[in-house]
Design a protein around this ligand. Structure first.
Ligand SMILES: [Zn+2]
Length: 277
């Protein structure tokens, strides 16, 4: 078969047989592929560095039948995401997001949005600055990946009784009146997030679902305003933790796999104490 050349992001690379590497990579046109790089473990091999995780490049490979490993000839590197390797926290977050993409069965025709999402997020990680910005980049990535997968959770209406949970905000219609796009919670008290029901429960319905995760009304309000483009309000650590727990569990539920790199991520407390170099 013919040699194919494509833009790519390397998701994962591991040693394979005695001298080879098994590489997982994402392309905008052919989705996520896996292939073998022959002889890439020899010290003298050229271009081995271009198979480092999160590298971007122009990859040249010979496709095989669907699902089979491709044969990778080489990868011409693009300017690498250097900062991701200099900052350990950024490196861990990049590894987590690359694994989320690696775990998805991404078909050819739907690959481009995933490619753009990962490329944009890696760019944003390079410019992230203070470590405390990393969790919001993660949350944004996870929510967008859920959108692409078709499993976006419902934050606006109770999944049990259908009650509206927010007034105003990005999806508000004519009835929002004087709210000017700023959301407010309808109910006080602890809401619940239920992955099996696909979203949030009002304080009346949440107690009956024992496995639901707690969500404060402030968390719903923050999320709604943040997604609507408002960034005046910084989330507290507890709000961020609730949203992180809910969104990650929702993602794991639908992917049916738990990313191994999740356990390596620093806690929110550790990030707040990290030097903001
Ligand atoms: Zn309800």
């Amino acid at each position: 078969m013919n040699l194919v050349s494509s833009d790519c992001i390397i998701l994962r690379a591991q040693d394979y047989a005695e001298r080879d590497k098994l590489v997982s990579f994402l392309t905008p046109g052919a989705g996520r592929l896996k292939g073998i790089v022959k002889g890439s473990r020899k010290l003298t091999s050229r271009g081995v560095g271009s198979f480092e995780p999160f590298s971007r490049g122009l990859i040249h490979y010979i496709p095989r039948s669907p699902g089979a490993l491709v044969t990778i000839r080489k990868c011409d590197p693009r300017p690498p995401y250097l900062y991701l390797r200099q900052d350990y926290n950024c490196f861990l977050y990049a590894g987590y997001m690359a694994e989320l993409v690696d775990l998805c069965a991404i078909e050819n025709e739907e690959a481009a949005p995933y490619f753009n999402l990962l490329a944009d997020t890696l760019d944003a990680l390079c410019e992230a600055g203070p470590a405390r910005r990393l969790p919001l980049l993660r949350l944004r990535f996870e929510l967008r990946q859920l959108d692409l997968l078709g499993y976006a959770p419902d934050w606006r209406n109770c999944r049990q009784c259908g009650s509206a949970l927010l007034r105003g905000g990005i999806d508000a219609g004519e009835e929002s009146g004087g709210h000017h796009g700023i959301a407010a919670a309808v109910f006080d008290g602890a809401h619940g997030f239920d992955v099996n029901l696909g979203g949030v429960l009002c304080p009346n319905c949440a107690p009956a679902r024992r496995r639901s995760l707690p969500i404060a009304p402030e968390a719903l309000v923050f999320l709604e305003n943040w997604r609507g483009g408002g960034n005046a309000v910084r989330p507290t650590r507890s709000i961020l933790q609730q949203l992180e727990d809910a969104v990650t569990e929702h993602l794991i539920h639908h992917m049916e796999r738990k990313p191994r790199s999740l356990a390596l991520l620093p806690t929110l407390e550790e990030l707040e104490e990290a030097p903001s170099s």
